[in-house]
Design a protein. Structure first.
Length: 326
């Protein structure tokens, strides 16, 4: 596939006015491309697929069908937010697939990171394919491809995991934000009325919490990742750090240590706090956090998250560490 180049005269989208002009232009272009056709979209809830969904809802309404697959590896409240925003508020034609047991059963006992990624990606394709085969009359597949995806991967956006669909579908691709950078997508999303916590969602790995539950995933340890991550995000939001720290999350590794809870000896997991700042994600530095806030977060996590008795703070820069643990 030959790389497509962003039009030289394309102005950077930095203001609501420019975003609205882009939206109007894309609605007209989408209607011209699709006509009376039907479009299928894998809606993850991330900013790219959410902006594409919002654009298509404005352009073709119910002729868009969004498929949201809950694989059990999303952050706390994210599946519910997708349903609330798109089905309840935007009246989207949304299919919700609860595939939590299916994914976690496939991942049971698998510790190697790349194997986990392949299982999650492959199973996503199979679930999406099964849903697509239940539907009739679809000629188009929408994707949240953005310009860095084209430059870096020279092909289909990998983290949506729909690039491996069988050839017999013969979908024509619909990629309305493929010439936008991430910051431009956010400006467009804001203009489309999407909520801030969706528009400004932090970078999130395709395998989701599956690579933050280090080693073989268990349901109880995965829940510890989800709950501790929710506490960290809540405290960063309350203390004005949400827009100042580039990325922050928790990790629960697959080992235990001794501790004391309610006067009794425990043998439980540690939670690792990771918070970094970066310009390009090639290098990253540990974010400087107020120690009093760290102490407060530690108390909340060890008190509120089941199976946890210790909290660690990862202060390693990239390099030598990567941002994610797997």
């Amino acid at each position: 596939m030959q790389t497509e180049f962003r039009p030289e005269n394309m102005e950077r989208i930095t203001t609501p006015e420019l975003a609205q002009a882009f939206i109007d232009e894309q609605i007209a272009a989408l209607r011209a491309q699709i006509g009376d056709g039907k479009v299928l979209l894998a809606l993850s809830g991330g900013v790219d697929s959410s902006v594409v969904a919002a654009l298509l809802i404005k352009a073709i309404g119910k002729n868009l069908v969004c498929v949201h697959v809950n694989h059990g590896l999303l952050r706390k409240g994210e599946p519910e937010q997708v349903i609330r925003v798109f089905r309840d508020e935007m009246d989207a034609n949304l299919i919700y697939v609860d595939a939590v047991d299916r994914f976690l059963d496939k991942l049971a006992g698998v510790a190697e990171p790349e194997t986990k990624r392949k299982i999650i990606g492959g199973e996503f394709i199979r679930v999406f394919e099964e849903e697509a085969r239940k539907l009739n009359g679809f000629s188009f597949l929408a994707q949240g491809t953005i310009y860095p995806d084209i430059l870096e991967s020279d092909g289909v956006k990998a983290h949506h995991n729909v690039g491996g669909l069988p050839d017999d579908f013969e979908f024509e691709l619909v990629e309305p934000v493929k010439f936008l950078y991430k910051d431009e997508v956010r400006v467009v999303g804001k203009q489309l009325g999407l909520p801030d916590n969706m528009v400004y969602r932090q970078p999130f790995p395709g395998p989701g919490l599956g690579v933050r539950c280090v080693g073989a995933i268990t349901r109880d340890r995965l829940e510890a990742v989800r709950e501790s991550d929710a506490i960290l995000r809540e405290e960063f939001e309350k203390n004005g750090l949400a827009g100042k720290v580039w990325q922050y999350f928790t990790v629960v590794p697959d080992f235990k240590s001794t501790g004391i809870t309610d006067g009794k000896r425990t043998y439980d997991w540690p939670v690792v706090i990771r918070a970094v700042n970066t310009v390009d994600a090639v290098t990253a530095e540990c974010a400087e956090l107020p120690f009093s806030l760290v102490q407060h977060i530690v108390k909340r996590i060890t008190t509120e998250v089941k199976g946890v008795n210790r909290v660690l703070w990862d202060v390693t820069p990239k390099p030598s560490a990567t941002i994610e643990w797997e």
